[in-house]
Design a binder for this molecule. Structure first.
Ligand code: G6P
Length: 590
């Protein structure tokens, strides 16, 4: 939630920061802003409510001079979506500008103290307190590092912030406590951001900051300290994400591009370092009990993993929602293994579950897309999705990558060699499924006026029914529910009336006959059946044909038309599928 970026170097900062903000927009898009420090040591700020493009249109932006600057894109937590609450914030004497991601828990207390000392606050945010605090402390210390260690000593909460002080030109500072912050090492310029994506066009050499670390950056130097002010030596990492993969190419939206990329990304998920897979498999084999945790779409991948592990590896698994994890903490013992699944590796609920588990001595392994993210660093072993940056806020390709990795692990554990090698056919099958694009667009065009949608499936198709409903809600704002097909008759059938769309996930596997009967029950009550299957039936009013495959591959193939349905329903309803209202891709608050 919220993307922050900073630049210090020898080029004009504004256009570099604006470009970075466009790449960070997935983290929030309630408002955006940029501040710079000019050669006369004056800080200038331009901000606006709305998306980055709105900021980019502002005439004042072209006059924003300075070779050091900060930028922010906001997902509102404290204070409404207003111009005054937009970042960057200034201290009252315009001596300090800051951008912040996270929550300052003791901001009211700090604000009262600063108020009493004569500081004038203009916003309702918790973040503004940082600007005033830096100003107040720096006035006494007159030295950036001691001022910064004093500031972080006083702040409570989860945060990453960057600041520039008029009195210390061309020095940028940053601090990290439970929110991501990455340093980009350039040539005669340096960067700071919530995500390396922001500056990947300029450098691929990065240093991932850890909790309780501070950083001072000038155009030539980067020095990292702990919160006590001791210098820390940290190696730089070279990251591999291609700049090209963050462009939309010929697609109208990132979401559509990412849906189409799945023909390759499902295979990239299988291309793992064999040693990492061995470590993961070994951890699963040794575990007394296996738990999997995640949120949103990643939680749905975890639900499917439970079925895969049970069916193919005969390993019982417990799936726990990360946001509910504290209710079950006591179940865990030292012999347990916790698998945390997260695209971003920064979801606060997931990190909090991991922290609790580690405290109890539980081994934590993870499945993550964003390399270098906090979850990777908090885990003893990790398998990366390898699907490249996912910009669309709703998860698409990262979900199918997670499904592929879980498939691979379950089949490895169950020594199902034939199915294991068959996984490589998934790319071709997904490619075939992508050919449904025009048909699904046409279905969405007709059905986007519906008020409610239902998604049903049994066994391996049940998590996909949940995911299909979540995707439709997220992207098109149509109310949707996913459920086990057999559960419909135990209550929800009461909601079916003439024309209500019900998506039935029903390829020919062991659940085919029962699910078809459930579909007939719905049809008899007037429901409009959209069958996703390998075999046509007169029960279906719309038939979406997916290719014949092994049962464990069907969920991956089903994901594609479900994602397309949500995408095209959003487009038909004139919503931007890349940036659904009220949501953010990386939810770094609990
Ligand atoms: C947010 C996103 C969802 C995502 C969930 C978990 O709520 O809007 O699309 O599924 O976070 O994200 P993660 O990065 O942990 O997989």
């Amino acid at each position: 939630m919220c993307g922050i970026m900073g630049y210090v170097g020898d080029r004009e900062a504004t256009s570099i920061l604006l470009d970075g903000l466009r790449r960070l927009e997935y983290r929030g898009y309630d408002s955006a802003g940029i501040s710079t420090l000019d050669s006369n040591r004056k800080i200038h700020v331009v901000k606006d409510v709305g998306k980055v493009e709105q900021l980019a249109q502002k005439a004042e932006l072209s006059g924003l001079r300075g070779i050091a600057g900060l930028a922010h894109t906001r997902w509102a937590t404290h204070g409404g979506v207003t111009m005054l609450n937009a970042h960057p914030h200034l201290s009252c004497n315009r001596e300090v500008t800051i951008v912040h991601n996270g929550i300052i828990e003791n901001y009211l207390e700090l604000r009262r103290d600063l108020d009493a000392k004569g500081h004038l606050f203009v916003s309702d945010t918790d973040s503004e307190v940082i600007a005033h605090l830096v100003e107040a402390v720096y006035r006494n210390k007159k030295d950036v590092l001691p001022a910064l260690t004093d500031v972080v000593r006083q702040l409570k909460g989860a945060y990453a912030f960057a600041a520039i002080l008029a009195d210390a030109p061309n020095v940028m500072v940053g601090a990290r406590q439970d929110a991501p912050l990455v340093v980009g090492l350039g040539n005669g310029e340096n960067f700071l951001a919530s995500d390396a994506l922001a500056f990947i066009g300029h450098t691929d050499r990065v240093i991932f900051l850890d909790n309780r670390e501070l950083v001072l950056l000038t155009e030539k130097n980067v020095t990292i300290y702990d919160f006590e002010g001791n210098v820390k030596q940290k190696p730089a990492t070279q990251i591999a994400w291609e700049l090209g993969s963050v462009s939309r190419r010929e697609f109208e939206h990132y979401t559509l591009k990412e849906i189409h990329e799945q023909k390759e990304t499902v295979l990239q998920a299988l291309r793992q370092d064999p040693r990492s897979v061995d470590v993961f498999v070994d951890a699963l084999e040794r575990a007394g009990k296996v738990y999997i945790t995640g949120c949103g779409t990643s939680f749905h991948a975890a639900l499917l993993a439970k079925l895969l592990f049970t069916t193919y590896a005969k390993i019982p698994v417990e799936v726990l929602l990360s946001s509910e994890f504290d209710q079950y903490e006591e179940l865990l013992d030292k012999k347990a293994l916790l698998i945390a699944v997260s695209q971003s590796g920064e979801t606060a609920d997931v990190l909090s579950a991991v922290k609790a588990a580690r405290k109890m001595g539980v081994k934590v392994c993870s499945i993550v897309n964003a390399m270098g993210s906090t979850l990777v660093r908090e885990s003893e072993c990790t398998l990366l999705n390898n699907c490249g940056p996912e910009i669309g806020v709703a998860a698409t390709k990262s979900f199918t990558s997670q499904l592929m990795i879980f498939n691979m692990l379950a089949l490895r554990l169950g020594q199902r060699e034939a199915e294991l090698s068959d996984l490589w056919s998934t790319g071709r099958l997904v490619e075939k499924t992508l050919g449904l694009d025009a048909q699904i667009q046409e279905i969405a065009d007709r059905l986007h006026v519906a008020n409610d949608f239902y998604f049903v499936g049994r066994s391996l198709h049940h998590p996909l029914a949940l995911e299909g409903a979540l995707k439709l809600k997220e992207l098109s704002y149509i109310h949707a529910e996913g459920m086990a097909a057999g559960e419909l008759k135990h209550g929800s059938l009461a909601l079916i009336s003439e024309g209500v769309p019900v998506v039935v996930l029903n390829p020919e596997d062991g659940t085919y006959g029962d699910t078809l009967s459930n579909a007939s029950e719905v049809k008899a009550r007037g429901g409009r059946i959209i069958g996703v299957s390998t075999k046509p039936s007169k029960v279906y009013d719309e038939y979406i044909e997916i290719p014949v495959a092994a049962p464990n591959i069907y969920p991956v193939l089903e994901a594609v038309p479900l994602q397309m349905l949500a995408y095209y329903a959003a487009v038909s309803r004139q919503q931007n599928p890349d940036y659904p209202r009220n949501l953010a891709k990386s939810v770094t608050v609990k």
